[in-house]
Design a binder for this molecule. Structure first.
Ligand code: PLP
Length: 378
């Protein structure tokens, strides 16, 4: 078997596999983005968006990848005066830190080693000082397969009065994001993760408090301008029309499945993945207590790098999983199991993985990883 992008088993950490209905939705002739037909599509998207976030509020759709949503949010909401608190423990936390430093002159950053829990007690101590105006955190650190415990931090952020700004790119529609209960002011989602739409749109949920606090940031990604246009089912500039069509269909699919059901399926797939990893004698990379349900990060077996593992999976078995980023390149691999990923994807991936490891003499109990998955199927 050789790699074929049209038939590959595709479990990278996003973009994720896309349902044929969503793919077909993009095959339309050009539409007038200022015309009634497209305005109708935007209206439908707006009506469907609370399904994605599990909360009502003001939601903005931006043409641009997840990072566009982060830049839009931080540029418009980080305080001109007062302190910004950034928490980081992975590659995307580093990115948050970089963007925050562009738009806030007074940034305090607290970090944990990649894959370890955030220093929440230190964060609470900073918040108690009373001058923090915004807190920025990545909910699900895709780079290390770790879900940060932002629920525990929420009461302290609330008490401090700071805006709570969350990178939810690989969390939304994958793990519970309790926007209202945790008092989140901005949550950034990316189209290519739990929603299972194509890459290229960022969706930002804003609380009323955040809407009131918006100030001019970047021009193209100006959240206030987008909100104003969206009220008329319009966009300030030419939107990525085919992606909006795909977004609508992906939201319809999510509504049909139900957000809670999607979260539950993602959780079960994650548990099965972790059990299969264990059955193969492999180790997770992050602290297992915080292992993410949308992406599992696994340490490469000693002596096996990307060439011996991921590239063989890709070239011989037509299975795609993701590598590590930055310093973790060649040291870990990551399996994404969000969006519309399902049991057959896991079974094929672990069958191939077990074969590759078996040929290298690394499998103690043949079939154990598949057994672990089958035992957890509904
Ligand atoms: N933040 C997180 C948690 C992510 O997982 C990603 C992408 O994987 C990003 C930010 C960046 O998003 P994008 O590559 O869509 O700009």
């Amino acid at each position: 078997m050789t790699f074929d992008p049209e038939t590959t088993t595709f479990l990278i950490a996003g973009p994720v596999r896309i349902h044929p209905r969503v793919l077909r939705a993009m095959s339309m002739p050009s539409l007038n983005h200022r015309g009634d037909y497209f305005h109708g599509i935007v209206q439908e998207i707006r009506e469907l968006l609370p399904v994605l976030f599990g909360a009502k509020g003001r939601q903005v759709i931006l043409s641009g990848s997840g990072t566009a949503g982060l830049e839009a949010t931080y540029s418009a909401l980080l305080p001109k005066d007062g302190r910004t608190l950034v928490l980081k423990n992975g590659n995307f936390g580093d990115r948050t830190h970089e963007i925050a430093r562009r738009y806030s002159t007074n940034v305090t950053t607290l970090e944990a080693p990649w894959g370890r829990a955030l220093p929440l007690d230190d964060a609470k101590a900073e918040l108690a000082k009373g001058d923090v105006r915004a807190v920025c955190v990545v909910h699900n650190e895709t780079s290390v397969g770790l879900a940060n415990d932002i629920a525990s931090l929420a009461p302290s952020v609330k008490a401090s009065g700071a805006l709570f700004l969350v990178d939810g790119i690989s969390a939304v529609a994958g793990i519970p994001v309790k926007i209202d209960a945790w008092g989140l002011d901005a949550v950034v989602a990316g189209s290519q993760k739990g929603l299972a739409a194509p890459a290229g749109l960022a969706i930002v949920h804003l609380s009323e408090r955040a809407v009131a606090a918006l100030h001019p940031g970047t021009f193209y990604l100006d959240l206030a301008a987008h909100l104003k246009s969206l009220e008329k089912n319009d966009t300030p500039w030419t939107p990525a029309v085919p992606l909006f069509l795909a977004l609508r269909e992906a939201l319809v699919l999510l509504k049909e499945e139900g957000l809670e059901n999607r979260l539950e399926r993602t959780h079960r797939l994650a548990e099965a993945t972790r059990a299969a990893v264990d059955a193969l004698g492999l180790e997770l990379f992050p602290d297992p207590r915080y292992a993410s349900d949308t992406v599992t990060a696994i340490q490469n077996p000693a002596g096996m790098g990307d060439l011996e593992l991921r590239k063989v999976l890709e070239r011989q078995y037509n299975v795609l999983v993701q590598g590590g980023q930055g310093a973790l390149t060649g040291k870990i691999f990551r399996i994404g199991h969000m969006g519309i990923a399902d049991w057959p994807d896991l079974l094929i991936t672990f069958a191939a993985l077990e074969r590759v490891l078996g040929k290298a003499g690394r499998v103690r109990t043949p079939g154990a990883s598949l057994r672990a998955i089958v035992d957890r199927m509904p």
